[in-house]
Design a protein around this ligand. Structure first.
Ligand code: ATP
Ligand code: ZN
Length: 225
């Protein structure tokens, strides 16, 4: 890989975190030329490049040092870490800061017509999710013998479609669950967006730039409180 002396920050290209990420960079004083559908946006006032990618790719890009920093949901970070650990791959990041956007919960849900259920109901069931590693960790901790069915989208229709008995999906207001006739159960993970760094980063100029940005980030967070 070619050496690059500009700090590389990975953010979600388009989705629920994109706007807040762009706004945060702006508040940190990073001026960006966010034209068109470009993968890379160069800052015009700091030695910073912003890579715009799918959120699922962000933890891996930071772990592998392709990007120095990344902004991603803790849900995606934890899933990637668990997945890499199961494959004996490097999975470390430095969590620099929890951010005040992207809040959601990863929760269990099942068809409403079944009424309230306790944990024992899940025994032997199939649970559809985009987060199989986080779910498996939960099931193991709780001593529940159930299987995870991996779906990358439309998880909430899985029970109706006969693909699974229950789901484990991201919830913010609960409106999607309700619209699909599902009842919400235990929360497995509470998640916010967070700022992560490659732990092996040792370029002094880049580290100095991060040290300059961190107090600004603290200021932005405090101003919002
Ligand atoms: P991409 O195309 O980048 O893979 P995506 O469809 O996987 O996008 P989004 O739906 O844009 O992802 O969600 C990005 C992140 O926003 C989630 O991983 C989560 O951290 C956060 N988030 C906040 N609220 C919600 C919600 N109600 N549902 C889903 N994600 C949410
Ligand atoms: Zn995604």
């Amino acid at each position: 890989m070619s050496t690059n002396n500009r700090l590389r920050i990975a953010i979600q290209k388009s989705g629920r975190l994109s706007k807040d990420c762009q706004e945060l960079l702006k508040q940190l004083g990073v001026k960006l030329n966010l034209r068109e559908q470009r993968l890379i946006a160069h800052s015009t006032n700091m030695p910073i490049d912003v890579l715009r990618v799918r959120d699922d790719d962000i933890p891996g890009l930071v772990m592998d040092g392709v990007c120095d920093l990344g902004i991603v949901g803790e849900n995606v970070l934890e899933e990637t870490q668990a997945e890499r650990q199961s494959l004996n791959q490097y999975s470390e990041v430095l969590k620099l800061s929890k951010l005040d956007f992207g809040y959601c919960r990863l929760a269990l849900a099942w068809p409403q017509e079944l009424g309230p259920q306790d944990k024992s109901w899940f025994e032997g069931k199939r649970i559809a999710t985009t987060y199989p590693e986080i779910l498996k960790g939960y099931l193991k901790r709780e001593g529940i013998n159930a299987s995870a069915v991996m779906l990358t989208g439309s998880v909430e229709v899985a029970p109706r479609a006969g693909l699974a008995d229950a789901i484990c999906d991201l919830v913010s207001t609960g409106a999607t669950l309700e619209a699909n006739g599902l009842m919400q159960g235990d929360t497995i993970l509470e998640s916010n967006a967070c700022l992560i760094q490659n732990p092996k980063l040792n370029d002094e100029d880049k580290l100095a730039l991060i040290n300059k940005l961190m107090p600004r980030l603290k200021g932005v967070k405090q101003a919002k409180e």
